[in-house]
Design a protein around this ligand. Sequence first.
Ligand code: ADP
Ligand code: MG
Length: 411
Amino acid sequence: AQKSARRPGQDDAARAEALSRRFAEVYGHDPDGVWRAPGRVNLIGEHTDYNDGFVLPFAIDRSAMVAVRLRRDAGPGRRTGQGQAGHDVVDLASTWAPDGEGLSRARFRIADLAPGTAAGWSAYPAGVVHVLAGPDGVDVPGFELLLDSTVPVGAGLSSSHAVEVATIVALNDLLDLGLDRPAMARLTQRAENEFVGAPTGIMDQSASLMGRAGAALFLDCRTQEAQLVPLPVAEHGLAVLVIDTGVAHSHADGGYGARRASCEHGATALGAASLRDVPAGADLTGLDPETARRVRHVLSENRRVLGTVERLRAGDLAGIGALLVASHASLRDDYEVSCPELDLAVDTALAAGAVGARMTGGGFGGSAIALVPAARTEQVRDAVAQAFAEQGRRAPQVFAVVPGEGAGRVR
Ligand code: ADP
Ligand code: MG
């Protein structure tokens, strides 16, 4: 059995070929094709998405890959229950298993899909089928799917959206649905909100669908307007390191909900529909101190995103370092979503020569990113390992990511 599709940076074509072979072992015939969808890193713009604000993520060179084959016995009549038995069965398998070795497999009938019916990771592909095949949706036949991903799970790089996006681009092609990328972003958001039950925004899917090599995606979460911004990291002698702390603090969910509530409360108190409508220099003294800090983060973070876009367009990559650092300070002090491990990662990376660093993702654990002169990569890596060891903390995973291509067909 091939476990070959694990190494990041491995040529996509070779990886797809290995996945096809594995598919044939698992299901007894070849897939119809292979598709990939990358994870993402959010360069800057944290906790702004649900405030109708700005974000600047980029797709990374790590991706979920799916081999898919539609059921040949699938015929008309699914909706009436008159079709052949088994034709609307979806079989899923992943090379990733929550605890350890072997394939994790799942199976469901499309006719039986309803929110809450799919457990574990199968909820992500099932959610995509659910929104496509909904009441006014299209006729989705059963299919077989084999998934292999190089996006680390739970590191804040959106491994879950990579699974959803890989599934939707595959079905869009195979069923000739003609969906454009913004439409697929909205559908996967609905899959996540309505089926998986996570109140997430549009950023992660958009980055995975619309990212391009050497670019970041400047996204206005209010209008969904997306623009590519140059991010030629290597050409500037720089590298982006992800420092995955491996910690997930238990108050993450409650903390996220509480921050959203604070923002809504702040907007209402300021007479605005959302914090996007509050001017940057607004007087926050009428708010209670905690709400004022939350609001101040969102307003200042939106400005930092705009500043970052401006510098990148001017070709001043190193110039964004100070904005990354300011973003982290704001998330730590005003928004209070950092944690000791993220602060240690950021402080250590900066001390070891990073030009900028910040926590990325929702916070309370997960990953930090550091923008590092390429020649200093090893120095930063070693310093982080040493700092965590000195505090008796588990060694973080440190790896470089490159702004990569968005989702598409590989084979
Ligand atoms: P992340 O920040 O990585 O998106 P989440 O908790 O949102 O973290 O999503 C992780 C979940 O996504 C996993 O628990 C699993 O259900 C699903 N997932 C991600 N990658 C895979 C994979 N390769 N195979 C199966 N499920 C996966
Ligand atoms: Mg996720």
